[in-house]
Design a protein around this ligand. Structure first.
Ligand SMILES: Nc1ncnc2c1ncn2[C@@H]1O[C@H](COP(=O)(O)OP(=O)(O)O)[C@@H](O)[C@H]1O
Ligand SMILES: [Mg+2]
Length: 251
């Protein structure tokens, strides 16, 4: 089944066409990567999906519900979570509190969220947060304050925050950016586990080894346009893709 259906998505910034007539179909339970050179429009596409910016034209449907014109927190409530290119966490709070807030907000909505919940509801959220921290391998440092984490661990914390929302669709924008080799490895393993669990994901990632090893489908953006989409093997040998990357990355 198609979980996400994007049709004809256009976004212009002044004189720059950041995305042009972008179509994207993401099937439930798959890992779908978006690749393309710097400035191709990948982050813009994700920003359009989560309602951070509005398209000039086009449609975005999540399981038959239009996301167009909805605000980011509504889209989040509908089950779309995004890991940002730069981590956004509450630095002075512990990891567990950071993720617990996400779990509470996921259930009640950011706008209705308050810290003085009924204790049993808060206990459920704490349990969900502990699960999420375990999932990303940060359970042993749950009481550490977020500010004391390495950049890589902050990104994993942000992933735990997204998981606590129990999203239907997880969007990841360069999840390994700025990570050490070791951190990258453990993040890739984590992504593999999530793929195996069947969570639907859209991943922007510059490491082609990771992309081709992890993805069920790949969409290639070039100057705002989709130049190819399909299974990794088909994309790898696609003429337009090879041309766009000529002299660049080895696929
Ligand atoms: N908010 C914005 N205002 C103006 N230009 C933008 C904005 N966001 C992105 N752009 C431009 O749109 C193009 C696509 O950017 P982006 O989607 O970030 O590319 P990618 O993520 O593929 O590297 C770039 O030329 C970028 O400078
Ligand atoms: Mg980007």
């Amino acid at each position: 089944m198609e979980l996400l259906e994007v049709r004809g998505l256009c976004k212009r910034f002044g004189g720059l066409q950041a995305t042009y007539e972008v179509d994207l179909t993401v099937r439930e339970g798959t890992a779908h990567s978006i690749i393309g050179p710097n400035g191709a429009g990948k982050s813009t596409l994700l920003n359009l999906l989560i309602g951070l910016i509005r398209p000039d034209s086009g449609t975005v449907m999540l399981a038959g519900t239009s996301l167009l014109g909805r605000r980011p927190h509504e889209i989040n409530q509908l089950g779309v979570a995004r890991v940002f290119q730069t981590p956004s966490v509450f630095p002075d709070m512990s990891l567990l509190d950071n993720v617990t807030i996400a779990a509470l907000a996921a259930r009640d909505g950011d706008f209705r969220f308050n810290l003085f919940q009924h204790p049993s509801r808060r206990r459920d959220a704490v349990a969900a947060a502990e699960d999420a921290l375990l999932e990303v391998g940060l359970d042993a440092v749950a009481d550490v304050s977020a500010d004391d984490l390495s950049h890589g661990d902050k990104r994993r914390l942000e992933l735990a925050i997204c998981l606590a929302h129990r999203p239907r669709l997880l969007l990841l924008d360069e999840p390994t950016q700025g990570m050490s080799q070791l951190e990258t490895q453990s993040t890739v393993e984590l992504l593999r586990r999530l793929v195996a669990k069947g969570m639907t994901k859209v991943i922007i990632e510059h490491d082609m080894k990771v992309v081709f090893g992890l993805s069920d489908e790949i969409t290639v953006l070039h100057q705002g346009c989709v130049i190819a989409t399909g299974e990794p093997d088909a994309v790898r040998h696609d003429e337009a893709v090879l041309e766009a990357y000529l002299g660049g990355v080895e696929l």
